[in-house]
Structure formats: structure tokens, C-alpha cells
Design a protein. Sequence first.
Length: 323
Amino acid sequence: MSERLSDRLTRCECCPRKCRVNRLEGKVGFCRIHAGIQISHAGLHFGEEPPISGTKGSGTIFFAGCNLCCVFCQNYQISQEFQQSHTRTLTIDELASEMLRLQDVGAHNINFVSPSHTIYQMADAIRVAKRMGLVVPVVYNSNGYDSVDALRQIRGLVDIYLPDLKYLGNGLGKQFSAVDDYADIAPVVLREMLDQVGHLEMDDEGNAVRGLLVRHLVLPGYLGNSKSCLHFLADLSPDTYVSIMAQYSPQYKAGNYPGLNRTLTKDEYDEVMDYAIDVGLENVFIQELESQEHYLPDFARERPFNLDLTFPGSSAPDLMGGE
């Protein structure tokens, strides 16, 4: 296909916001990102789930901006309050070169973080990189608020989908992420992703090569929401790989919201884990509560994350079974 998908940004509908602004002319919508590819960090990351980070690291590329505005966002420096000093703007060819650089330094995969609002530029860069020799899997690491139409347009370019499932109640989405229809959009997105790549597949060394891995961050005091999300994922398929995250801590504006102004307790997390077993989920990654202290990046630093960081509580792909 010779057409660049990014040419469609003249009337942007690349995410469910459908702002319909001409980003090619420098206009911006909710995400505040024009057609230029603004990234905040590109490097090896060891803090993803074991099949993603492996032993050599995931080649993560963090896009600036976001199509949500989560009051508890731990990446708020680059998603909400990003400054030019925290970002650099790349062309499609330059982004492709970054992908090849990460492959050359040993990355198990290329992991695009927060790509929903930059999906077309990303897709164009993947095509260029593949022509130039990219062979490692491509990971689409999103908040789950994606355009199904856009996902269908990039079918075949992404090997591993790593979406969030944040809420299954639109009230929570509106209150905490400035979105009216998250609970309507995300389930359809996950079905599309599963249809494209199937369940998570790993090689002999336990590294992901293809498939869907869904993340759910447990919010303190909102266990009913977590249970609704896990129930949906079990209905989607008991074989769905799920990462149930305990790392919540009150970042960004969360301290202003009663209930979100504290960390998760062990009893809360245990209750959610018990529910995952009850609904029959077979493949679940877990985290220790200590992860609350270790997962806070600082994008003002050259290396935002601790390079020695591993995913606490899931040191190997031997998962908590649903039995």
C-alpha cells in the first residue's frame, strides 16, 4: 500500500475522540499533538511483564500526549504536562531508524507506549522499518481507548497487543479520565485485538511473539469495577492473558479525589485475585504491593526508569492458574 496512513490526519479521526482537526497543518485536538511524531523516551525497559521485557529488555518508545486525561496518571509528565524539554519530534523515517536502533541493541520487541493518537504515523514507520530489516515483534501498548476502524487499517503490522482495560462503567471514565464512553469502546477494541492476533504466544525462552495481553490496574476502593473488568475478560475467553496490577499510587491529581488518595491494600488486591480465580481466568500475571514504590518514572531524566527494574511478583511466565 503506497498511501501513507498519516495523510488521513487532515481531518483526524484516528481515535474515538474524532476531533476532526487538520493535524497536518499543525492544528491539535484533545491529545494536543500535531502530525509530527513527538516522543519522550526510546530505550530498553525491563519493567514490563516477563514475556515482554524478557532478559534483554523491551524496546519502548513513549509517545507524548494522550487521548485520555487520567487524574492518577504516573506518566503525567509526558501525557498531560509535557514540555519541549521532555520531547523530541521525529519524522516517519527517523522513527523507523529508532526502531532499528533498539533492535540492534538487543530489544526483544518494539513497544509503542500510548500510540492511540499517533497510530497512523506509527503504522507508516513500521512499514518503513520492516523494509529496512525490522524482524522483532511490534507491541501496541495502549490505554484501550482506540479506534476500531484505525486498528483494522493497521492489521498485520502489530504482533502483540498490550491494552489496558481501565473501567467498565462510563461514570468512572468520565470522573477519572475525562471520557464519556470508555466502557462502550474498550470491550469492542479488545475483541478486535483478539481477532487480529489471538491469545498470547511465547517462544521456548518465554518471550512473547504474538497475541493479546490485557492489563488492569486495580484502583483502591473500586473493587467492583475490577471485578466487572475481570468478568468481561473471562467471558471474552478464559484463556485471555491478564496482568492484574497492584502498582497504583496517588500520582498527578489523584490526591484531590477521595478514595484515590491512597495506595492499594493487600486485602483489596487479594480479593481481586480471588475473584479472578472464581471467574475462571487461566493466565494471570500478578504483582507484589512493593511495586507501588518502584514504578514511578521521571521523564526529566535521560533514563526515566531504573534499568534493574523487573516486574515484581511475576519473575517467570509460570502464571497463576485459574484452577
